[in-house]
Design a protein around this ligand. Structure first.
Ligand SMILES: [Zn+2]
Length: 334
């Protein structure tokens, strides 16, 4: 083996080395990218960042909540908020199950009791694995983290100051959403439906959860109206579903009502760009909105208890999908 080189030979070897080094670097990079290491590392870092911010905010506001609810493990993400935070969700059970439920909470930034509810619900489900057996449950406990992190009293919207529950892509949006906002709500910022339907990543996230996981029922948790509201198939209002399917959907409502003492069902109406309109009316998915009685953080645990049994009933309830037959509209792309 030749151990010494002339000047020219040495330079040539150096170039060879550089070339080999570049090849190794490129291969390593390819390996990392194809295995998704970059993505999962940065994804986990984003979740750590989100949970750190949530906990800091909770401490800052002196909410007496169990901070271990805001842990970093087991989350799935889809997209990011306007301000770059991950949009998180959690699932249990089998995606193939016919009993598929979706829970959405913390849609409005100043509604802090639903924030607790969503995170607490996941721990409740983890402690009751039988709740997920032969079912599929998706929980998105914090749809609007930007709103929660910057809220002061009255801050309902996302980082773009859009009301996410008026931003869904419904057929009446173009005609009515901005008009209604100006006429009925006096152009108040907290009700702004956005520049166009589905303009906000947090709205698209919720629409994606519905399209991707095809829930057959949806529970959306808000505060502070102290009501249960139902949007979905009902006689004389929604599309022509079979009577049996409509009865099955409406029965979900009455079974939940029986299971909670405080919240009463009350028709709150449909709005352009609302979840109830998007999922309940347009797609025929029975959608229950639970409005907790207040946004007082110290009562969040009590409110979870008030809705606990009704939520269990919601998960257990079997929508009559046979009666839905060929008229299924659930989870069609908009
Ligand atoms: Zn709300």
């Amino acid at each position: 083996m030749m151990l010494t080189y002339g000047r020219e030979g040495c330079q040539s070897k150096l170039q060879d080395c550089k070339s080999i080094f570049r090849s190794i670097l490129a291969s390593l990079l390819l390996l990392v990218v194809t295995n998704g290491w970059c993505e999962s590392d940065s994804g986990q870092a984003q979740i750590s960042d989100l949970m750190g911010k949530l906990k800091a905010r909770i401490l800052q506001k002196n909410f007496d909540w169990d901070l271990s609810l805001f842990h970093e493990e087991g989350w799935l993400t889809h997209g990011k908020t306007v301000n770059g935070l991950p949009l998180i969700y959690w699932t249990c059970g089998s995606k193939e199950a016919s009993n598929r439920s979706l829970v959405l909470s913390a849609v409005h930034g100043d509604e802090v009791t639903p924030t607790y509810f969503g995170f607490r619900l996941i721990e409740w489900l983890k402690a009751r694995p039988e709740s997920c057996k032969n079912r599929f449950i998706v929980v998105a406990p914090m749809v609007n983290p930007d709103g929660f992190l910057r809220y002061t009293s009255g801050t309902r919207t996302n980082y773009n100051k859009v009301d996410l529950n008026r931003n869904f892509d419904t057929p009446d949006w173009d005609k009515s959403a901005l008009h209604l906002w100006k006429t009925k709500y006096g152009s108040r910022r907290r009700r702004y439906p956005g520049p166009k339907a589905g303009s906000e990543p947090e709205t698209l996230f919720q629409q994606w959860l519905i399209t991707e996981f095809k829930p057959v029922k949806i529970l959306s948790v808000h505060a502070p109206l102290n009501i249960l509201d139902y949007d979905g198939p009902r006689n004389g209002v929604t599309q022509a579903f079979s009577d049996k399917y409509i009865a099955s959907c409406e029965s979900l409502k009455s079974e939940m009502k029986k299971s909670t003492s405080l919240l009463k069902f009350h028709g709150y109406g449909l709005f352009p760009g609302s979840l109830g309109n998007y999922a309940g009316k347009q797609r025929g998915i029975p959608t229950v909105t639970a409005e907790l009685p207040s946004t007082t953080a110290s009562k969040a645990g009590h409110y979870f208890g008030l809705l606990e049994k009704a939520t269990q009933v919601f998960f257990e309830y079997e929508i009559d999908l046979v009666a839905l037959g060929e008229k299924i509209k659930i989870s069609e792309n908009p």
